[in-house]
Design a protein around this ligand. Structure first.
Ligand SMILES: Cc1ncc(COP(=O)(O)O)c(C=O)c1O
Length: 288
């Protein structure tokens, strides 16, 4: 991004990202992450990052100045508690980038490759990024990360400008190609869209029947459950004891990221376990 921002003799290097974002744990990605708790102990961080509230266009516009080169966002904020971008917002961010000559960078490390019910989450929004990052699902368990860019942007790198010892290694790349063949060939994004809709329906039904669930949000099989009257960490522990892995975010959100191949029978079982876990967590809370 910064090399691209300087290709025309201008000195554009600032990157605007969102509060509560999560972009990773190398120093650059950590600096891009808009959460002070992750910065703790790693300062000084690289300069030039500004954080603005997510889904707030006015704040983003106000943060852009003549030294800004890029806006970097997650299409769905995962670590923040599963908050999808508003369609109007992401489309307006694309327009802002076009008008101001900025790069739109979408971090699809968590959302990419079928998770949200489309191959890439940006497809839900009708916008295309200039740069996209991928990892997690790309390797099917093998460590690999990738940055994709429009040709003109990729041209900011000459060979060797951004190399690394294991970068582009044939083994990881061959695995990623096989993973891509499987995800696309077995239509896993479509499966995730279907299973995600079914999971959200079951969770909403559980909330209506039993309470404790204030909101169910997300895209495809990236689902956030906003809880009420029960602590997310207690529910996570109770679910784990019963054989279901979920993730607690903050006090009140559960994040569910089931496998893209999850079946209806497994969803039934999972929601049954979650119901028991909610009951157990609520019971232990009322005894305190
Ligand atoms: C949106 C997003 N970007 C990037 C990363 C990569 O993080 P790490 O550097 O910890 O692998 C993650 C990991 O959870 C993520 O959710």
């Amino acid at each position: 991004m910064r090399r691209w921002g300087r290709r025309d003799g201008r000195d554009r290097y600032k990157i605007v990202t969102a509060l509560n974002s999560f972009h990773g744990r190398t120093l650059g990605a950590l600096a891009a992450t808009g959460q002070a708790k992750y910065h703790q102990g790693f300062q000084p961080l690289p300069e030039g990052f500004t954080y603005v509230p997510y889904n707030d266009l006015a704040a983003l516009e106000a943060a852009v100045d003549d030294a800004t080169v890029a806006i970097m966002l997650e299409p769905v904020q995962g670590e923040a508690g599963v908050y999808p971008a508003d369609p109007d917002y992401l489309q307006a961010v694309r327009t802002l980038c076009d008008e101001r000559g900025l790069l739109l960078v979408l971090d699809e490390v968590q959302t990419g490759l079928g998770r949200t019910g489309r191959l890439f989450a940006f497809e839900h929004y009708g916008v295309r990024p200039d740069i996209m990052t991928l990892a997690k699902a790309l390797g099917g368990g093998i460590p690999i990360g990738a940055m994709l860019a429009r040709q003109e942007v990729a041209d900011a790198f000459a060979p060797g400008a951004h190399a690394s010892t294991f970068g582009g290694n044939p083994f990881a790349c061959r695995v990623a190609l096989a993973v891509l063949d499987t995800i696309v060939g077995e239509e896993l994004p479509e499966a995730a869209a279907k299973a995600g809709a079914s999971l959200r329906e079951r969770l909403e039904d559980l909330g209506r029947r039993r309470g404790w669930i204030r909101e169910v949000r997300g895209l495809g099989l990236m689902v956030g459950v906003e809880l009420g009257g029960v602590a997310a960490a207690d529910v996570m522990a109770a679910a784990q004891e019963r054989g279901l892995l979920v993730n607690a975010i903050g006090q009140s959100v559960l994040r569910l990221l089931p496998p893209l191949i999850v079946t209806e029978a497994e969803l039934d079982e999972a929601v049954g376990i979650l119901e028991a876990a909610l009951e157990a967590a609520a019971g232990s809370a009322s005894q305190e």
